[in-house]
Design a protein around this ligand. Structure first.
Ligand code: BGC
Length: 478
């Protein structure tokens, strides 16, 4: 009898543990993400100004495989269909971005484009009417071209321009938008101040990227303080920044590779996260030391990575309410010097040996972030699979099974404080320089039809079930 009770309670305990692992916690937000340039189209309609993306893909068509965001998914006109799609997958949050030049065509306050403000008001109202929370990215890489003529992000004046733009957003939308992201993936967009290939293609390797980093950290902090001091009391929302990082696991179990893994993380995420989320603030010591040393060895009178004053360190530290995280796959890294001189890659002293989409890498990374920057909730703002298309996307379903399982284990077993997940992406769209050929969507978009017809893929059905039940069924845990 006793053994039966023991056996029974063991079964019950496992059952409970399983239920606890498979379910998203109460209040966990589930949804999908997009970005303005990739879906809106209407690139010059109703007073919108030119962005660096418009400028780039119009002037260097081959670098964009001859496809542009001029029309994209035409979400500017079809946003109600998009919201219906979100509803159909049982999303409770939609991450989209606002196009700065649609609101401020010159980047400055001399022209405020009411039609642009109306568009975002309509979208936000449609979302709320359908019970979907807006999560708004202020900057997903579409700087007004007028500001690029002034040098763009390496120019510290961008801080003032960005703060004024953010103020317009808080004023117009902050009564209804409670989740704000200042920047999407700084590591990626500053890299185009270091190389040719995507807008604005400024070939200033190891310099333009660090100068841009310095500017945007100040801009981010100013916007958070603006919200904190002038809007939080009445609007009651949260402001964060979205950082991208791959798994960056050591290629072998040598001490050298373990150090390389940490260095890689500090150079990719720490350079943004340490100033904002660490207890000490400022750039990570390893980044500071290596860039300073290389700059000196190159015979430069100053470091290529600018320094913050003590006041700036204190002002930036703590300037966020949550960590936005974009994660797709894991790179395996080893120690060694590669890349042109000067470059961030060379400064980091890390060589990437291969890349894989491994769910355990996601769980391991979430644990690293939680221990490196304790006390901050994490919002997974992008995660998804690229393939070459088709509605029968079982590869994408497999990817979700792995990554949502890893996420649930991180949350329910490891107690990593993740509060939301928006998959990349709602529908196939303009994948930057890969054009419309690379497919990440839950919905297929027929780019050859004048209607840009949207059709759900099998993955949309799978996600609808998971989001609707708020659970990844036990059979999917391996
Ligand atoms: C970006 C998206 C992009 C996605 C897939 C992220 O780097 O934020 O704009 O489409 O990854 O490549």
């Amino acid at each position: 009898m006793l053994s039966l009770v023991v056996a029974l309670s063991a079964v019950l305990a496992t059952g409970l543990a399983q239920t606890a692992t498979t379910r998203f916690p109460d209040g966990f937000m589930l949804g999908a993400a997009t970005a303005a340039y990739q879906i809106e189209g209407a690139w010059n309609e109703d007073g919108k100004g030119e962005s660096i993306q418009d400028h780039f893909y119009h002037n260097y068509p081959l670098l964009g495989l001859n496809s542009t965001g001029d029309v994209a998914c035409d979400s500017y006109h079809k946003y109600k269909e998009d919201v219906q799609m979100l509803k159909d997958i049982n999303a409770d949050v939609y991450r989209f971005s606002i196009s700065w030049p649609r609101v401020l065509p010159t980047g400055d306050l001399d022209v405020i484009n009411q039609a642009g403000i109306d568009y975002y008001n309509n979208l936000i109202n449609e979302l709320l009417a359908n019970g979907i929370q807006p999560l708004v990215t202020m900057y997903h890489w579409d700087l007004p071209q007028a500001l690029q003529y002034l040098g763009g992000w390496p120019n510290e004046l961008m801080v003032d321009y960005f703060v004024e733009y953010a103020r317009i957003l808080f004023e117009n939308f902050g009564d209804r938008v409670k989740w704000w992201i200042t920047f999407n993936e700084p590591a990626v967009f500053v890299s185009w101040y270091a190389a040719i290939g995507m807008a604005p293609s400024q070939n200033a390797s190891g310099i333009g990227d660090y100068l841009s980093t310095h500017t945007l950290l100040k801009a981010h902090a100013r916007v958070w303080h603006l919200y904190d001091e002038q809007y939080r009391a009445t609007q009651n929302g949260s402001v964060g920044i979205t950082l991208n990082i791959e798994g960056l696991e050591p290629a072998t179990n040598s001490t050298e590779d373990a150090e390389a893994s940490d260095r890689a993380r500090q150079f990719q995420m720490g350079i943004y996260a340490h100033p904002i989320y660490s207890a000490e603030g400022d750039y990570p010591a390893v980044v500071r030391e290596r860039v300073d040393a290389n700059s000196a060895a190159e015979g430069r009178p100053r470091s290529r990575l600018p320094s913050f004053t003590r006041e700036e360190v204190d002002y930036i530290r703590g300037s966020a309410d949550f960590i936005g995280l974009n994660h797709y796959s894991t790179d395996f890294v080893t120690s060694g010097v590669t890349g042109i001189s000067p470059s961030k890659t060379r400064d980091s002293g890390v060589i990437t040996s291969y890349n894989e989409a491994v769910p355990w890498g996601f769980r391991s990374l979430l644990n690293w972030i939680a221990s490196e920057y304790p006390g901050y909730p994490i919002f997974v703002t992008e995660n998804g699979l690229r393939n070459s298309g088709g509605r029968n996307d079982t590869d994408r379903i497999d990817y979700y099974i792995g990554f949502l399982g890893a996420l649930l284990e991180a949350v329910n077993v490891d107690r990593v404080p993740v509060i939301g997940y928006t998959t990349w992406t709602l529908m196939d769209n303009v994948e930057w320089s890969l054009g419309t050929r690379a497919k990440f969507g839950l919905y297929e978009v027929d780019f050859s039809s004048p209607n840009l017809t949207r059709t759900p893929k099998e993955s949309a059905g799978f996600i609808a079930e998971v989001y609707g039940s708020r659970e990844l069924p036990q059979q999917y845990f391996r």
